[in-house]
Design a protein around this ligand. Structure first.
Ligand code: BMA
Length: 371
């Protein structure tokens, strides 16, 4: 009898222990922020040497169409949506209802919800206006915009307000159960180039780092917990690892080490591309390893895609050489001449792109939903 009682007592204790451990586990999973969940998916891609494919404005418009529900050149050509959809918040800071390329913010929100429901991921960039001149991101009428803005109280107040508008938009991204949807957020991109007002020769390294700090401060003050932060220097002026890290804001501000490197139609294009990739993407991969971050090929492409085999012969070797969690190509415009980056129906690169989709290295939306 005593033995039976002891056995029952041990059994009950074991059961309650299990429940307790299980409960804790469930609680731990629940207590993960949306950003942590997304980061874990990116880490998994990288661990498995897989690369998620991303496309800008994928379902908004394509080479020959615009705003046809659920249309996508990538899907029409490959059979699936991209794993990552990139969207741009440029002009949200003006209070406009459409962003700089005419995509309504409400449309972006709805598409982010759909892509999340499919099991895919979303990313956001921001081509905002120049707060000093009132011009666009590329307006360098005042060559020292970054320095002036970061050292002037009224200007940083404006910027704080603008950043707050992006934070509100992002914090508002919720799925049908009301849970926040994670996004990769890639502000102040290509800062090693000169073209944007936050670029390399428009202020000091500290000004640039302070810009990141200000951004993070605003997001944190609003309790935004659905952002994976992506740092993405351009190949310009990056000739070494030190150049890549020169304006790095610090490990507390960044989750993903990106690199923007396009392919251009120029003499010796392949060699030049390979060299830029080694310098910039090579640095991103090294930085990710050394700083415990995820590596990504945050932007690439060949404008107008005047090639029938670019994806398999130019991009794929890069993905095989450098293990990156995702690669994003830019938009297929139906209005800007020669401005598309993926094949579309009738393009000579359809077969190549299908191969790119079908092989074991790349991940599109369906496969992403299982990761
Ligand atoms: C650029 C071009 C522009 C566009 C901008 C923001 O690379 O595509 O036409 O306005 O990105 O999307």
């Amino acid at each position: 009898m005593k033995r039976i009682l002891i056995t029952i007592a041990i059994g009950v204790a074991a059961m309650s222990l299990c429940a307790c451990v299980g409960g804790k586990k469930a609680e731990a999973a629940d207590s993960k922020t949306p950003a942590e969940i997304m980061l874990a998916r990116l880490q998994k891609l990288q661990q498995d040497s897989l690369t998620a494919f991303g496309h800008h404005d994928d379902t908004a418009y394509g080479r020959y169409w615009e705003y046809m529900p659920d249309s996508s050149d990538v899907k029409t050509v490959s059979g699936d949506y991209p794993a990552v959809m990139n969207w741009d918040l440029g002009w949200i800071e003006t209070g406009a209802d459409k962003q700089l390329d005419g995509v309504p913010f409400e449309f972006i929100k709805a598409e982010i919800v759909k892509q999340d429901a499919r099991g895919g991921m979303n990313a956001l960039s921001w081509h905002l206006r120049n707060p000093l001149t009132g011009g666009d991101s590329w307006d360098n009428a005042n060559d020292s915009t970054l320095a002036v803005v970061m050292r002037d109280k009224a200007m940083t107040d404006t910027l704080r307000k603008w950043i707050g508008m992006t934070a509100d938009f992002i914090g508002d991204l919720r799925d049908k159960d009301g849970k926040r949807i994670p996004v990769m957020w890639r502000p102040w991109h290509e800062h090693t180039g000169e073209w944007f007002w936050w670029g390399i020769n428009h202020g000091s390294a500290d000004d640039y780092k302070n810009l990141w700090k200000l951004t993070r401060e605003v997001f944190d003050a609003k309790g935004i917990d659905n952002v994976v932060w992506v740092y993405s220097p351009d190949k310009s002026n990056v000739n070494s690892y030190e150049d890549y890290m020169d304006r790095y804001p610090g490990d507390n501000y960044v989750d993903v080490m990106g690199a923007d490197v396009y392919y251009f139609d120029e003499p010796d294009a392949d060699r030049i591309f390979a060299d830029r990739i080694d310098k910039t993407l090579g640095a991103a991969v090294k930085a990710a390893k050394e700083h415990g971050k995820v590596a990504a090929f945050s932007e690439t492409g060949f404008e107008g895609l005047p090639s029938s085999d670019w994806y398999m012969t130019r991009l794929m070797p890069v993905l095989n050489k450098y293990n990156v969690a995702f690669v994003t190509v830019w938009r297929n415009s139906n209005t800007k001449p020669n401005h598309w980056y993926t094949p579309y129906p009738g393009h000579p690169g359809v077969k190549d792109f299908k191969e790119f989709h079908d092989n074991g290295k790349t991940v599109f939306c369906k496969e992403m939903s299982e990761i």
